[in-house]
Write a protein that binds this ligand. Structure first.
Ligand code: M6R
Length: 605
C-alpha cells in the first residue's frame, strides 16, 4: 500500500522521484520522502502529510542523479516525520525504502539495540537498514542476501549505499517491485504508472529476486545471488490511461470507463456466440468440481457474491463465499474437487493471496480474476482471467467491480456449458445480453443529473439503509460500501425481509432507504418492505428497470436502469449507486479519490 520509486541516470533525481511519487500517491499518502546521493553524501528529505508538504521541503539546490523515494501508509508507528521513509542507518552509510511488513522486527531490533544501534523511528523498516549496516561485508549484493535471510515477512526494498555511487539495490518478497529500463538511466517502482512517463520497458521481479541497478545496466539475481536473465516486458498502457483525462476525479473517470472496460474484458473471449476463456481446463476436471469457493476482500468479494449467487442458482454447485481475511482461519472445507475463485483488482491484496495459498495447500485448483498482469495472485493461480479494466487509481473500486462480474459471468457460462447444466441457447442468449451491457451502461451514465440531485438530498443524513432481496441484496452491499468509503455517511445493506427482525427500530424520517429491485418474482415482496419503511417515515429511493412502474410509483425518488436479463442486472444496478456515492462525496467536499484512513492496495494483513 506504500509506493516506491527510484532513479539512477544523469538527470536530476529529485524531479523524477517527485513526479513518480505523485503517480504513486494513491497507494499510500500519510507521509512521503526521498533520498538523493550527492557529493558522497546521502541527503534525506521527508515529512508527514501529503506530497505537497514534501515538495515544499525539497531543496531546489539538490542535483544528485541517484535516489529513491517513498509514499507511506502507516502500519508500524503513526504517520510522522520520523516514521516516514527513507530511513538512514546509524552511521548514515545506507538509506532504505521499504513496502511490506517485517514480522520479526522486534527480535531484530532488540538484538541490534544490544549491539549498540539506536532507532529514531517506530517502524519495522528502520531495522532493515541497520541490518545492512551491521552485516555489511563491502559487497552490496552479498550483504543484501545476508539481510534478507534474517527477515520474516514481506518486503520490497530499495537501498542506496553511500560508498557505492554507481549503483543501488532492490529486492522483493511478497510485495510488488518492477525495474524500468531506459537509455543510460534506469528506474524502479512498486507500480508501473510511476515510471511509465520515462519508459515502457519493464522487468517484473519475482519473489526473492534482487537487482543491482546502475546507469547503464540492470543485473538481476535469484535468491542465492546467482545472476539470471529475465525477459523485458513492453507495457502498452499509455500514461494518459493512468491519468484523469479531464475528469474532476479518477473515480468519475473510472465510472465512465466502465462501458469500454466491459467491452475490453469480453474481447477475444466470445467465439460463435459461446464463451472461450482459453483456460485449458479439461472437461473431466470441470465435471469433477463439486464445490466452488470464492475468496476476496471488499468490492472484489461482492463481485464474487453476485456471481456466486448465480452459480448456485443456475449451475446448482454449492458456493462457499469467504472474506479473504477470515478464510484461512476458518478451517475451510476445501479439497481437490473444490474450484477456488480468487478475485483481486490489484492481485496483491495480502489476505487474498494468503487465501489462495490456503486453498492450494488443501488441494484446490485456483482461478484468479485480476486486473494486473503478472501480479502475485496471477502468478500463483492455476488459471487466470484478466479483467481488462486498465489502471484503477481511485481508492473506491468501480470499473474493477463491473469487469470482475463480467469475467465471473463468462466463467459461469463456460463451466455451465462444459458441465451440461447450461444449454447452448441459454449461453448464446446471455452472451448477447452481455455484449449489450456497455450501451446500457452508457445510457445510465448520460442520465446522471438526477443522481446529482439525490446526492444533495442525502448529503446531511447520518445514516442510510440499502435494501434488496436475492442478488439485489448483494448490489446493496456494494452500494453501501461505496457510500461509506467516500461520503463517510454510515450506510447499511440489509436483506429487505430481515428488517422487521430488529433493524426496523432504526428507521425514522432522518434515515433514507434505497431499495434495489430487479427481480420480477420478488417485486411484490420488496414493495411491501418499502411500505414498512415508509410507514416509519423514511424517504425512499429505488433502483429498478425503467419499465417497473409499480416500483417507480412506490418510491419517492426513482433511479431507472435499462431492461436486461435479470441475471445481468447487477452490472447495471451498481452504476446509480456508484454515482450516488461519488456525487455525495463531491458535495460534501471530501477527498473523493483518496478517502481518509484508506489505501488502494492493502498488501499487509
Ligand atoms: O485489489 P483488491 O481487489 O484485492 O482490493 C480489495 C479491496 O481492498 C477493495 O475492493 C476495496 O474494498 C475497495 N476500496 C472498495 O471500493
Amino acid at each position: 500500500m506504500c509506493g516506491i520509486v527510484g532513479y539512477i541516470g544523469d538527470k536530476r533525481a529529485q524531479d523524477i522521484l517527485l513526479s513518480g511519487l505523485k503517480r504513486l500517491e494513491y497507494r499510500g499518502y500519510d507521509s512521503a520522502g526521498i533520498c538523493i546521493l550527492e557529493d558522497n553524501d546521502i541527503k534525506v528529505i521527508k515529512s508527514k502529510g501529503n506530497l505537497e508538504v514534501l515538495i515544499k521541503k525539497v531543496d531546489d539546490q539538490t542535483f544528485g542523479s541517484q535516489g529513491i523515494g517513498h509514499t507511506r501508509w502507516a502500519t508500524h508507528g503513526k504517520p510522522s516525520d520520523e516514521n516516514s521513509h527513507p530511513h538512514l542507518s546509524n552511521s548514515g552509510q545506507f538509506c532504505l525504502v521499504h513496502n511490506g511488513i517485517i514480522e520479526n522486527y522486534n527480535e531484530i531490533k532488540t538484538d541490534l539495540t544490544e549491539k549498540g544501534f539506536d532507532f529514531k523511528s517506530e517502524t519495522d523498516s528502520e531495522v532493515i537498514v541497520n541490518l545492512f549496516e551491521y552485516l555489511n561485508d563491502g559487497d552490496l549484493l552479498s550483504t543484501a542476501k545476508k539481510v534478507t535471510e534474517k527477515l520474516e515477512g514481506s518486503y520490497a526494498i530499495g537501498v542506496v549505499n553511500k560508498e557505492n555511487k554507481d549503483e543501488f539495490l532492490v529486492v522483493r518478497k511478497d510485495s510488488p517491485l518492477v525495474v524500468g529500463v531506459g537509455e543510460g538511466e534506469n528506474f524502479i517502482a512498486s507500480d508501473i504508472p510511476a515510471i511509465l512517463e520515462y519508459t515502457k520497458k519493464i522487468y517484473i521481479l519475482d519473489d526473492d529476486e534482487m537487482a543491482l541497478i546502475s546507469r547503464g545496466d540492470v543485473k538481476i539475481f535469484d535468491g542465492n545471488g546467482k545472476r539470471i536473465i529475465k525477459e523485458i516486458r513492453e507495457i502498452n498502457w499509455s500514461l494518459e490511461s493512468a491519468e484523469k483525462q479531464g475528469y474532476e476525479h479518477f473515480m468519475l473517470k473510472e465510472i465512465n470507463e466502465q462501458p469500454e472496460a466491459i467491452r475490453k474484458t469480453l474481447a477475444g473471449r466470445i467465439k460463435n456466440g459461446l464463451i472461450n476463456l482459453n483456460l485449458d481446463m479439461s472437461e473431466e476436471y470441470v465435471k469433477s468440481i463439486n464445490k466452488i469457493a470464492v475468496v476476496a476482500c471488499g468490492t472484489a468479494n461482492y463481485a464474487g457474491r453476485v456471481v456466486g449467487h448465480l452459480i448456485e442458482d443456475k449451475l446448482r454447485i454449492p458456493v462457499l463465499i469467504s472474506y479473504a481475511s477470515e478464510f484461512r482461519y476458518n478451517n475451510p472445507i476445501i479439497d481437490q474437487n473444490t474450484l477456488t475463485i480468487v478475485i483481486s483488482q490489484s492481485g496483491e491484496t495480502a489476505d487474498t493471496l494468503a487465501g489462495l495459498r490456503e486453498a492450494k495447500s488443501r488441494g484446490s485448483k485456483i482461478v484468479a480474476i485480476t486486473n494486473v498482469v503478472e501480479s502475485s495472485v496471477a502468478r500463483e493461480a492455476d488459471y487466470v482471467i484478466y479483467t481488462q479494466a486498465g489502471p484503477e487509481i481511485a481508492v473506491a473500486s468501480t470499473k474493477a467491480y463491473s469487469t470482475q462480474i463480467a469475467a465471473l459471468f463468462m466463467l459461469l457460462m463456460e463451466l455451465g456449458y462444459k458441465r451440461g447444466s447450461l444449454d447452448e441457447s441459454t449461453v448464446k442468449h446471455w452472451v448477447t445480453e452481455l455484449i449489450g451491457i456497455p450501451e446500457k451502461m452508457q445510457i445510465i451514465l448520460e442520465n446522471s443529473e438526477l443522481i446529482k440531485k439525490y446526492a444533495e438530498q442525502i448529503k446531511d443524513s447520518t445514516s442510510l439503509f440499502f435494501i434488496g432481496r436475492g442478488v439485489d441484496s448483494v448490489s446493496c452491499l456494494e452500494g453501501a460500501l461505496k457510500l461509506k468509503e467516500i461520503s463517510y455517511i454510515h450506510a447499511e445493506a440489509y436483506p429487505a425481509g430481515e428488517l422487521k427482525h430488529g433493524t426496523l427500530a432504526l428507521i425514522t424520517d432522518d434515515v433514507p432507504v434505497i431499495a434495489v429491485a430487479t427481480n420480477k418474482s420478488l417485486m411484490d415482496k420488496i414493495i411491501s418492505n418499502i411500505e414498512e419503511v415508509k410507514t416509519r417515515g423514511a424517504v425512499t429511493y429505488g433502483v429498478a428497470f425503467e419499465d417497473e412502474i409499480k416500483l417507480k410509483d412506490e418510491v419517492d425518488y426513482f433511479m431507472p436502469i435499462p431492461r436486461v436479463d435479470e441475471a445481468l442486472a447487477p452490472l447495471l444496478a451498481v452504476l446509480p449507486l456508484q454515482l450516488l456515492a461519488y456525487y455525495t462525496s463531491v458535495v460534501k467536499g471530501n477527498d473523493v479519490d483518496k478517502p481518509r484512513n484508506l489505501a488502494k492496495s492493502v498488501t499487509v494483513e
